[in-house]
Ligand binder design. Sequence first.
Ligand SMILES: [Zn+2]
Length: 183
Amino acid sequence: MSEPTDDFELAGVPDAFQRLWTPHRLAYIKGGQAQFNKGEDDCPFCLAPARSDEESLIVHRGESCFVVLNLFPYNPGHLLVCPYRHIPDYTDLTVDETAEFAALTQTGMKVLRKVANPSGFNLGMNQGVTGGAGIAGHLHQHIVPRWGGDGNFLPIIAQTKAITQTLGEVREQVAQVWAEQLA
Ligand SMILES: [Zn+2]
């Protein structure tokens, strides 16, 4: 039996939307417009860089942006690229920040290919609460590695077991390969 392609799991429904539109995230989305007003004091992406890489699951710190493992991964190795500045919108990035934001996204893909050999990726930013952003006040780009057939078992098993228990190990591995990539 050949591996099914995700694109055909649900007729007429692009897989990316199926994955990004997850009911358990409603708790965040229901924060509504208030999330835009959230200060840097209670923003997880602003708090993360102040702690150690291990505590915050950071895999790389750049000049203007950093890369962190998503605490609520859609797949193992799900990375988020964030500017250090607390800005909500892609158009708020300076030219320099935009360049590093893009470069870190590319390196993230290369690193994940070395670590886990995914056969595809979903890249993207949810802009604003209406766009589905979990933390709308602080811009972040998702890098989600994909494997053929991953949609089959993930919602049932992986999200509750395999992924959450190995976040520390995944961070270790990704951070190490990232450092080698730069060397
Ligand atoms: Zn922030």
